[in-house]
Design a protein around this ligand. Structure first.
Ligand code: MSP
Length: 488
């Protein structure tokens, strides 16, 4: 089967903590992109899930005195609940403890032992269990702290299987060079190229001292390194297995885009493609690394207890306001700061004023002065068609913030137009002109509802219901709803 599906992924989230705004950000970005593609007629496969093995989960479970799987069940349910609440339409939720995934990972591991890409040896080095990552001494802070979590690293010395990462150094550099869209945004790409050029060492991919993991089939005293297990989700989910038919899989793979946060960009742009090369599979088309959120100027942390719970933020501010805010406030790809004051400001200015007013003003006047609702695209409006082209191409390039900026540019233009053309006045002096203005307003609202749909599906649907030409008589009996009541 030839590939016909747009395949988009989020990372698999660790099950040692409840979902917060950072996790929601990656997942919502995937939802926005996937809704945009579906709206344009693409078949989409959107995969997310939870990363449930490894020393960190094992430790957290021990601290809480529960079995690791029990811990995973609870947090996994929290993630699913959050995604439902946030109106995330994923197609497949993979847990790394799913038997099917585990079995496929074991068989891939054996296959790579057989073809020589994985070989036994002994590892001595430094490890941070919060990142589940190995470090060189030179990378540490104060010679002992992990540069990401600022926690003490452990020294490990154990038998291990290595993956021949070094073998793929040149091939990776060649791939980056020949596929300029692969590493994205560009700035992250440059860091990766420099990192790979500085030399890759083989990677330890099994542990004898971690019991909570997938065991190596031919040597069960080893469990498979949690990142090796988790990265494989991107192919086991859509159905890849060594020696399996792989029919459905070839309709989906390669992924069109892996969305990840910047701190796990290296895993996805260096280790993962090398693993795929070892398996003889094509590489994903793009690995996109987005930025990080701070909260009111500070890093989110357990000690500060300043995690933003996305479910609660929805209850307080409304789902679509939240979905809108995180993509409008900070350019997608960059770091940004989450503040309730800014959220409220954007809610009141962009949503209640700009969009909400344009919608209720235009519709109230259309209901009052038009005899019928114009049919869809009965006329052509060059400014709207041009904006439509721009927005589609920005969305296709994953420039989500720029697309929203362009939508709001059009909203402002339309608000200005209605102010200037004053159809409530011309309705008496020049009814034809008033009707023309109002028809254009209706058409612009239809475009706007399509443009905002990926970001604010609920609001877009509410708008569409009132823009339906067949329901004009019925709709005009009532007042159009207030889309975003102002927050005080
Ligand atoms: N389990 C690994 C990923 C394995 S993928 C094969 C992992 N999990 S995680 O639970 O830590 O979640 C990572 C995702 O959440 C990343 O995309 C990361 O960027 C995102 N975020 C976590 N905190 C964040 C912020 N403060 N801001 C933005 N996103 C952040 O890593």
């Amino acid at each position: 089967m030839a590939k016909d599906t747009f395949y988009i992924t989020t990372p698999l989230y660790y099950v040692n903590a409840k979902p917060h705004i950072g996790h929601a950000y990656t997942t919502l970005a995937a939802d926005v992109i996937s809704r945009h593609k579906k709206m344009n007629g693409r078949k989409v496969f959107f995969q997310t899930g939870t990363d449930e093995h490894g020393s960190n989960i094992q430790k957290t479970a021990a601290q809480q005195n529960v079995a690791p799987l029990k811990l995973a069940d609870g947090i996994c349910a929290e993630f699913k609940k959050a995604w439902d609440k946030l109106n995330v339409e994923y197609d497949y939720f993979l847990r790394t403890t799913d038997r099917k995934h585990e079995k496929r990972v074991q068989e891939i591991f054996e296959h790579l032992i057989k073809n020589g890409d994985i070989y036994p040896g002994k590892y001595e080095g430094l490890y941070c269990s919060s990142c589940e990552n190995f470090f060189e001494k030179a990378e540490l802070l104060e010679e002992i702290l992990c540069p990401v979590h600022k926690k003490k690293v452990e020294s490990v010395s154990e038998e291990t299987y290595f993956f021949k990462l070094s073998k793929y150094e040149k091939l990776l550099l060649k791939h980056y060079e020949e596929n300029p869209g692969f590493l994205s945004p560009r700035r992250r790409g440059r860091e990766i190229v420099n990192f790979v050029k500085s030399g890759l060492r083989d990677l330890s991919v099994s542990r004898t001292k971690v019991s909570w993991g997938i065991s190596v089939l031919s040597n069960p005293s080893h469990t498979i390194y949690v990142w090796f297990d988790a990265l494989l989700n991107y192919i086991t989910g859509p159905g890849f297995g060594v020696g399996e038919e792989n029919g459905a899989f070839s309709g989906i793979w390669p992924a069109d885009i892996h969305l990840v946060g910047k701190e796990i960009y290296r895993f996805h742009s260096v280790i993962w493609p090398a693993m795929l090369m070892a398996l003889g599979l094509p590489l994903p088309r793009k690995v996109f690394g987005h930025g990080w959120w701070t909260v009111e100027g500070e890093k989110m942390s357990k000690s500060k207890g300043n995690f933003i719970d996305p479910v609660k933020a929805c209850d307080d501010f409304g789902l679509d306001a939240l979905r809108y805010f995180i993509f409008r406030e900070v350019s997608f790809g960059q770091d940004g700061d989450f503040s309730f004051e800014m959220l409220k400001k954007r809610h009141n200015n962009d949503l209640a004023n700009d969009l909400g007013n344009l919608f209720s003003r235009s519709l109230n006047l259309a209901f009052k002065y038009l005899d019928e609702m114009p049919g869809e695209s009965a006329n052509s409006y060059p400014a709207l068609s041009e904006a439509d082209r721009d927005i589609n191409s920005l969305m296709d390039n994953f420039e989500l913030t720029e697309a929203l900026n362009r939508v709001w540019q059009t909203i402002s233009l339309m608000n200005k137009k209605i102010d200037e053309e004053k159809p409530w006045k011309t309705a008496k002096s020049d009814p034809k002109k008033a009707a023309a203005t109002l028809r254009e307003m209706v058409e612009s609202l239809r475009f706007i509802s399509r443009w905002i749909y990926p970001f604010m599906p609920g609001t877009a649907e509410k708008m569409r219901a009132y823009l339906d030409a067949d329901k004009f008589r019925e709709n005009r009996k009532a007042k159009p709803p207030v889309l975003f009541p102002r927050k005080l």
